[in-house]
Design a protein around this ligand. Structure first.
Ligand SMILES: *Cc1c(COP(=O)(O)O)cnc(C)c1O
Length: 372
């Protein structure tokens, strides 16, 4: 039996009655955009995080883009972020008209290294977008200190870290705003595209409500009148209804992911060719992905694939070396830890319903590769 890197179908089968019921409810109500399901999901998701406002949008990319725009970030500004991330983080920054500026990552967590921020600061720097990658929080204490000292906005990219925490504080509640993705494979995933911006700032929330809906005045009597230049980026009723069901199982899913990480940890312990993911003392890891560093990575990947074991690379080429972003002018070697990570990392199968026995099978195959 193949062991894929992730599957979304087992969760659907487990929650089928509730999900089918939620979808039917939307069809019966036949109100598909900006309705009661979205309102309820926004309230429930905000309450789960302990955040003042959640605003549903069309995708995680749009959540980052619109959060930055709501804060006034635009052309002429620079935004500090990482190159070791889904390219979506950079896409979102570029689409505001601002210039992404890459900071190298910390090799232990693969997240923004706060010690590198100073070297990339210029008079044009307006904001920082740290990414809580793979389910582990970025080192927010020093990042927030730096932002305060230099009067910068912080927009957290929480696309891979629903339920993760830094020093017991939930990711997505520490910056001026935070962006979530509900892409189907994320820890909280819809059955299509979706995203949300979360903020404690009422003014930012009000901007978002207009931005996502053509820039319309939120007053229903002022429908069809654009107050600001907006876009069309809304979380639809179907996705909101599905997410309301799935939100109730998020903590359970994250606990299962953590238990599977322990299984990998036990069965891969002592293998010197492999570096396992670590949870920092200040971090609560929700293992969106289970990423190891491996010697002879490409051959290990091919070996696992030969055994029908999904093993992928997130991400094979850092953003600053991708064709679309070569104009930013980063030379090879300019972000050494980022580039080293791309050569060494490997993502092993991880999703809440992954049978622990399959995780053991994967670990045994890895031992066999190195020990013969
Ligand atoms: C998935 C992802 C995004 C983008 O989310 P979409 O919903 O696909 O637009 C942004 N940042 C990171 C780190 C992601 O993993």
């Amino acid at each position: 039996m193949p062991i894929p890197v992730f599957l979304t179908r087992p969760q659907y089968l487990a929650l089928k009655d509730e999900i089918d019921g939620a979808i039917r409810e939307v069809l019966e109500a036949s109100n598909f955009i900006l309705g009661k399901q979205l309102e309820s999901f926004e309230r429930e998701f905000g309450a789960y995080l302990g955040a003042g406002h959640a605003i549903g949008v069309g995708s995680g990319t749009e959540a980052i883009h619109l959060a930055l725009r709501a804060l006034g970030v635009g052309p002429g500004d620079e935004v500090l972020t990482v190159s070791h991330t889904a390219v979506a983080t950079t896409v979102a920054i570029s689409s505001t008209g601002a210039t992404p500026v890459f900071v190298d990552v910390d090799p232990a967590t693969y997240t923004m290294d706060p010690a590198q921020l100073g070297a990339r600061l210029t008079p044009r720097t307006r904001a920082i977008v740290p990414v809580h990658l793979y389910g582990h929080p970025a080192n927010m204490g020093p990042i927030l200190d730096f932002a305060r000292r230099h009067d910068l906005f912080v927009v957290e990219d929480v696309a891979q870290a629903h339920g993760a925490a830094y020093d017991r504080q939930k990711c997505g509640t520490m910056g001026h705003a935070a962006a979530f993705s509900f892409y189907p494979t994320k820890n909280l995933g819809a059955y299509g595209d979706g995203g949300a911006v979360v903020t404690n700032d009422r003014g930012v929330a009000e901007q978002l409500v207009m931005l996502r809906n053509y820039g319309w005045d939120p007053d229903p009597a002022r429908r069809y009148y654009s107050k600001i230049k907006g876009v069309n980026s809304r979380l639809d009723e179907m996705q909101a209804a599905i997410l309301r069901v799935k939100l109730r199982y998020l903590e359970d899913g994250n606990e299962r992911r953590r238990a599977l990480a322990e299984v990998y940890g036990e069965h891969l312990a002592g293998l010197e060719e492999v570096t396992l993911p670590v949870e920092q003392p200040w971090g609560h890891h929700v293992y969106h992905l289970y990423v190891i560093r491996a010697q002879d990575r490409d051959r290990l990947q091919a070996f696992l694939r030969g055994r029908n074991i999904g093993a992928q690379i997130h991400y094979p080429e850092p953003v600053h070396r991708q064709e679309a972003y070569l104009d930013l002018g980063y030379e090879p070697g300019s972000l050494p830890e980022t580039e080293r990570a791309c050569r060494e990392i490997l993502t092993l199968p991880m999703y809440p319903e992954l049978p622990p026995e399959d995780a053991r099978t994967v670990a045994r195959a890895i031992r066999e590769f190195y020990r013969g």
